[in-house]
Design a protein around this ligand. Structure first.
Ligand SMILES: C[S@@+](CC[C@H](N)C(=O)[O-])C[C@H]1O[C@@H](n2cnc3c(N)ncnc32)[C@H](O)[C@@H]1O
Length: 277
Protein backbone atom coordinates (compact mmCIF):
# COMPACT_ATOMS: atom_id res chain seq x y z
CA UNK A 1 0.00 0.00 0.00
CA UNK A 2 1.32 3.47 -0.82
CA UNK A 3 2.13 5.68 2.16
CA UNK A 4 -0.50 8.38 2.43
CA UNK A 5 -1.39 10.93 5.06
CA UNK A 6 -4.42 8.76 5.92
CA UNK A 7 -2.24 5.99 7.22
CA UNK A 8 -1.04 8.15 10.13
CA UNK A 9 -3.26 11.25 10.18
CA UNK A 10 -1.70 14.42 11.56
CA UNK A 11 -4.19 16.63 13.33
CA UNK A 12 -3.76 20.36 13.82
CA UNK A 13 -2.92 20.28 17.53
CA UNK A 14 -0.17 17.76 17.12
CA UNK A 15 1.19 19.60 14.10
CA UNK A 16 1.32 22.79 16.20
CA UNK A 17 3.38 20.95 18.81
CA UNK A 18 5.83 19.75 16.15
CA UNK A 19 5.92 23.21 14.67
CA UNK A 20 6.94 24.80 17.99
CA UNK A 21 9.54 22.08 18.56
CA UNK A 22 11.10 22.45 15.10
CA UNK A 23 11.16 26.24 15.43
CA UNK A 24 12.82 26.04 18.85
CA UNK A 25 15.40 23.46 17.82
CA UNK A 26 16.47 24.53 14.35
CA UNK A 27 14.73 27.79 13.54
CA UNK A 28 12.78 26.33 10.63
CA UNK A 29 9.40 27.95 10.34
CA UNK A 30 6.90 25.20 9.45
CA UNK A 31 4.09 27.30 8.09
CA UNK A 32 0.63 25.76 7.59
CA UNK A 33 1.27 24.99 3.96
CA UNK A 34 4.23 22.79 4.99
CA UNK A 35 1.94 20.48 6.96
CA UNK A 36 1.34 18.08 4.08
CA UNK A 37 5.09 17.89 3.36
CA UNK A 38 5.83 17.27 7.05
CA UNK A 39 3.21 14.54 7.31
CA UNK A 40 4.14 12.75 4.11
CA UNK A 41 7.89 12.77 4.81
CA UNK A 42 7.42 11.24 8.26
CA UNK A 43 4.86 8.53 7.40
CA UNK A 44 7.62 6.03 6.64
CA UNK A 45 9.46 6.82 9.85
CA UNK A 46 6.37 6.17 11.97
CA UNK A 47 5.78 2.85 10.20
CA UNK A 48 9.44 1.91 10.58
CA UNK A 49 9.23 2.56 14.34
CA UNK A 50 5.93 0.66 14.60
CA UNK A 51 4.11 3.76 15.86
CA UNK A 52 0.44 4.33 15.19
CA UNK A 53 0.10 8.07 15.72
CA UNK A 54 1.97 11.35 15.37
CA UNK A 55 1.32 12.04 19.05
CA UNK A 56 3.27 8.87 19.94
CA UNK A 57 6.03 10.04 17.63
CA UNK A 58 6.08 13.48 19.28
CA UNK A 59 6.39 11.83 22.72
CA UNK A 60 9.29 9.75 21.44
CA UNK A 61 11.08 12.75 19.96
CA UNK A 62 10.81 14.92 23.08
CA UNK A 63 10.96 12.17 25.69
CA UNK A 64 13.98 10.24 24.44
CA UNK A 65 17.18 9.96 26.51
CA UNK A 66 19.18 11.50 23.68
CA UNK A 67 18.59 13.87 20.80
CA UNK A 68 18.89 10.98 18.33
CA UNK A 69 15.27 10.89 17.16
CA UNK A 70 15.07 14.67 17.07
CA UNK A 71 18.14 14.68 14.78
CA UNK A 72 16.55 12.00 12.59
CA UNK A 73 13.31 13.95 12.37
CA UNK A 74 15.15 17.13 11.33
CA UNK A 75 16.93 15.08 8.65
CA UNK A 76 13.55 14.02 7.26
CA UNK A 77 12.13 17.51 7.02
CA UNK A 78 15.08 19.65 5.94
CA UNK A 79 15.48 20.68 2.33
CA UNK A 80 18.94 19.77 1.14
CA UNK A 81 18.95 20.83 -2.47
CA UNK A 82 22.34 22.09 -3.62
CA UNK A 83 24.80 21.87 -6.50
CA UNK A 84 28.44 22.47 -7.40
CA UNK A 85 29.23 26.16 -8.04
CA UNK A 86 25.64 27.20 -7.28
CA UNK A 87 25.40 30.99 -7.62
CA UNK A 88 28.74 31.13 -9.44
CA UNK A 89 29.40 34.85 -8.89
CA UNK A 90 30.37 34.04 -5.26
CA UNK A 91 33.22 31.84 -6.46
CA UNK A 92 34.34 34.47 -8.98
CA UNK A 93 34.31 37.09 -6.21
CA UNK A 94 36.27 34.75 -3.93
CA UNK A 95 38.92 34.25 -6.61
CA UNK A 96 39.15 37.81 -7.91
CA UNK A 97 38.55 39.95 -4.82
CA UNK A 98 39.00 37.97 -1.61
CA UNK A 99 42.08 35.85 -2.30
CA UNK A 100 44.25 38.74 -3.58
CA UNK A 101 43.48 40.59 -0.31
CA UNK A 102 44.75 37.60 1.68
CA UNK A 103 47.87 36.97 -0.41
CA UNK A 104 50.22 38.73 2.05
CA UNK A 105 49.44 36.42 4.97
CA UNK A 106 48.68 33.41 2.75
CA UNK A 107 46.03 32.27 5.21
CA UNK A 108 42.37 31.78 4.38
CA UNK A 109 39.60 30.55 6.65
CA UNK A 110 36.15 29.93 5.17
CA UNK A 111 32.98 28.55 6.74
CA UNK A 112 30.19 26.93 4.76
CA UNK A 113 27.45 27.12 7.40
CA UNK A 114 24.74 24.96 5.79
CA UNK A 115 26.81 22.73 3.55
CA UNK A 116 24.18 20.04 2.88
CA UNK A 117 25.78 17.18 0.87
CA UNK A 118 29.08 19.04 0.41
CA UNK A 119 28.91 20.58 -3.06
CA UNK A 120 29.36 24.09 -1.63
CA UNK A 121 32.53 23.49 0.46
CA UNK A 122 34.08 21.38 -2.30
CA UNK A 123 33.37 24.16 -4.81
CA UNK A 124 35.17 26.55 -2.43
CA UNK A 125 38.10 24.13 -2.21
CA UNK A 126 38.28 23.78 -6.01
CA UNK A 127 38.24 27.58 -6.34
CA UNK A 128 41.12 27.94 -3.87
CA UNK A 129 43.08 25.13 -5.44
CA UNK A 130 42.76 26.62 -8.94
CA UNK A 131 43.36 30.24 -7.90
CA UNK A 132 46.39 29.80 -5.67
CA UNK A 133 49.60 29.29 -7.62
CA UNK A 134 51.36 27.24 -4.94
CA UNK A 135 48.69 25.93 -2.55
CA UNK A 136 51.26 24.20 -0.31
CA UNK A 137 52.62 27.62 0.73
CA UNK A 138 49.16 28.76 1.90
CA UNK A 139 47.26 27.81 5.02
CA UNK A 140 43.73 27.08 3.72
CA UNK A 141 40.96 25.81 6.00
CA UNK A 142 37.36 25.21 5.07
CA UNK A 143 34.92 24.40 7.83
CA UNK A 144 31.74 22.80 6.47
CA UNK A 145 28.80 22.33 8.78
CA UNK A 146 25.13 21.49 8.73
CA UNK A 147 22.45 20.45 11.20
CA UNK A 148 21.81 17.23 9.28
CA UNK A 149 24.04 14.31 10.25
CA UNK A 150 22.76 12.39 7.24
CA UNK A 151 23.89 15.14 4.85
CA UNK A 152 27.24 15.51 6.64
CA UNK A 153 27.88 11.76 6.32
CA UNK A 154 27.12 11.97 2.61
CA UNK A 155 29.32 15.06 2.19
CA UNK A 156 32.25 13.37 3.91
CA UNK A 157 32.25 10.52 1.38
CA UNK A 158 32.93 13.03 -1.41
CA UNK A 159 31.01 10.70 -3.70
CA UNK A 160 28.35 11.90 -6.16
CA UNK A 161 26.33 10.63 -9.07
CA UNK A 162 27.79 11.45 -12.48
CA UNK A 163 24.89 13.76 -13.35
CA UNK A 164 25.96 16.15 -10.56
CA UNK A 165 29.03 17.13 -12.60
CA UNK A 166 27.34 17.31 -16.01
CA UNK A 167 27.48 21.09 -16.14
CA UNK A 168 31.11 21.38 -15.03
CA UNK A 169 33.89 21.87 -17.55
CA UNK A 170 35.79 18.75 -18.53
CA UNK A 171 39.02 20.44 -17.44
CA UNK A 172 37.73 21.05 -13.95
CA UNK A 173 36.40 17.50 -13.73
CA UNK A 174 39.76 16.09 -14.80
CA UNK A 175 41.63 18.12 -12.20
CA UNK A 176 39.38 17.49 -9.23
CA UNK A 177 37.28 14.32 -9.68
CA UNK A 178 38.00 10.62 -9.92
CA UNK A 179 35.63 8.90 -12.35
CA UNK A 180 34.12 5.57 -11.38
CA UNK A 181 34.84 2.51 -13.50
CA UNK A 182 32.95 -0.72 -14.24
CA UNK A 183 29.99 -1.07 -11.86
CA UNK A 184 30.78 2.38 -10.44
CA UNK A 185 30.80 4.29 -13.69
CA UNK A 186 27.73 6.30 -12.64
CA UNK A 187 29.72 7.67 -9.70
CA UNK A 188 32.43 10.30 -9.26
CA UNK A 189 34.57 11.10 -6.25
CA UNK A 190 36.30 14.27 -5.14
CA UNK A 191 40.10 13.88 -5.39
CA UNK A 192 41.98 13.85 -2.06
CA UNK A 193 43.76 17.21 -2.59
CA UNK A 194 40.27 18.84 -2.57
CA UNK A 195 38.59 16.56 -0.01
CA UNK A 196 41.42 17.15 2.49
CA UNK A 197 40.80 20.90 2.52
CA UNK A 198 37.34 20.55 4.12
CA UNK A 199 36.52 19.56 7.69
CA UNK A 200 32.90 18.55 8.39
CA UNK A 201 31.13 19.19 11.71
CA UNK A 202 27.55 19.25 12.93
CA UNK A 203 26.69 22.81 13.93
CA UNK A 204 23.17 24.06 14.54
CA UNK A 205 22.92 27.72 13.56
CA UNK A 206 20.41 28.13 16.40
CA UNK A 207 23.05 27.42 19.05
CA UNK A 208 24.08 30.37 21.23
CA UNK A 209 27.71 29.96 20.32
CA UNK A 210 29.57 28.02 17.68
CA UNK A 211 32.63 25.80 18.29
CA UNK A 212 34.97 27.99 16.24
CA UNK A 213 38.25 29.39 17.58
CA UNK A 214 39.83 31.39 14.73
CA UNK A 215 37.96 34.25 13.12
CA UNK A 216 36.91 33.67 9.53
CA UNK A 217 37.69 35.55 6.32
CA UNK A 218 34.49 34.44 4.54
CA UNK A 219 31.20 32.92 5.66
CA UNK A 220 28.88 31.24 3.18
CA UNK A 221 25.37 31.27 4.67
CA UNK A 222 23.35 30.50 1.59
CA UNK A 223 19.84 29.18 1.11
CA UNK A 224 19.21 28.35 4.75
CA UNK A 225 17.97 31.68 6.16
CA UNK A 226 14.96 31.46 3.83
CA UNK A 227 13.60 28.77 6.16
CA UNK A 228 13.89 31.08 9.21
CA UNK A 229 11.58 33.93 10.20
CA UNK A 230 13.00 37.46 10.45
CA UNK A 231 13.62 37.29 14.18
CA UNK A 232 15.68 34.10 13.81
CA UNK A 233 17.50 35.50 10.80
CA UNK A 234 18.50 38.57 12.85
CA UNK A 235 19.80 36.42 15.71
CA UNK A 236 21.76 34.13 13.40
CA UNK A 237 23.33 37.07 11.52
CA UNK A 238 24.32 38.76 14.79
CA UNK A 239 26.02 35.54 15.90
CA UNK A 240 27.72 34.95 12.56
CA UNK A 241 29.20 38.46 12.62
CA UNK A 242 31.02 37.59 15.87
CA UNK A 243 32.94 34.84 14.06
CA UNK A 244 33.94 36.95 11.06
CA UNK A 245 37.08 39.13 10.96
CA UNK A 246 36.44 42.87 10.66
CA UNK A 247 36.26 43.39 6.90
CA UNK A 248 35.42 39.70 6.37
CA UNK A 249 32.82 38.74 3.78
CA UNK A 250 29.39 37.15 4.10
CA UNK A 251 27.70 35.49 1.11
CA UNK A 252 23.96 34.85 1.25
CA UNK A 253 21.54 33.10 -1.12
CA UNK A 254 19.90 34.82 -4.09
CA UNK A 255 16.44 34.89 -2.48
CA UNK A 256 17.67 36.03 0.93
CA UNK A 257 17.95 39.60 2.14
CA UNK A 258 19.78 41.52 4.85
CA UNK A 259 17.59 44.58 4.52
CA UNK A 260 16.29 45.69 7.90
CA UNK A 261 17.66 42.54 9.53
CA UNK A 262 21.28 43.31 10.36
CA UNK A 263 23.43 46.43 10.44
CA UNK A 264 26.65 44.56 11.27
CA UNK A 265 27.42 44.29 7.55
CA UNK A 266 27.55 46.66 4.64
CA UNK A 267 26.53 45.92 1.09
CA UNK A 268 29.29 45.14 -1.43
CA UNK A 269 27.48 43.51 -4.37
CA UNK A 270 24.23 41.53 -4.77
CA UNK A 271 24.18 38.87 -1.99
CA UNK A 272 27.72 39.86 -0.88
CA UNK A 273 28.25 41.77 2.37
CA UNK A 274 31.24 42.86 4.43
CA UNK A 275 31.54 43.12 8.19
CA UNK A 276 32.17 46.69 9.35
CA UNK A 277 35.92 47.26 10.01
C1 LIG B 1 18.92 24.14 0.69
S1 LIG B 1 20.30 23.58 1.62
C2 LIG B 1 21.52 24.80 1.21
C3 LIG B 1 22.82 24.18 0.77
C4 LIG B 1 23.90 25.16 0.27
N1 LIG B 1 24.22 26.15 1.27
C5 LIG B 1 23.47 25.83 -1.01
O1 LIG B 1 23.22 27.05 -1.02
O2 LIG B 1 23.38 25.16 -2.04
C6 LIG B 1 19.81 24.04 3.29
C7 LIG B 1 20.62 23.33 4.37
O3 LIG B 1 20.41 23.99 5.62
C8 LIG B 1 20.49 23.03 6.64
N2 LIG B 1 19.91 23.60 7.88
C9 LIG B 1 18.59 23.83 8.16
N3 LIG B 1 18.47 24.35 9.39
C10 LIG B 1 19.72 24.47 9.90
C11 LIG B 1 20.24 24.93 11.14
N4 LIG B 1 19.45 25.38 12.11
N5 LIG B 1 21.58 24.89 11.32
C12 LIG B 1 22.41 24.42 10.35
N6 LIG B 1 21.97 23.97 9.17
C13 LIG B 1 20.64 23.99 8.93
C14 LIG B 1 19.73 21.85 6.06
O4 LIG B 1 20.03 20.65 6.71
C15 LIG B 1 20.18 21.88 4.59
O5 LIG B 1 21.26 21.00 4.36
Amino acid sequence: MAMTEQEHPLNNDVFKRFRALVYRECGINLTDHKRAMFSSRLQKRLSHLGLTSFQDYYDLVVGGHSDAELTTMLDYISTNQTEFFREPHHFTFLRERVLPELAVDKTVRIWSTACSSGEEPYSIAMTLSDAIASPSTWNCRILASDISTRMLAKAATGQYSYEKINSLSSDLVRRHFLLGKGNHRELVKIKPHIANMAVFRRINLMDDRYPIKSLLDVIFCRNVMIYFDRETQAKVLARLSRYLKPGGYLFIGHSETMQGISDAFHYVAPTIYRKQE
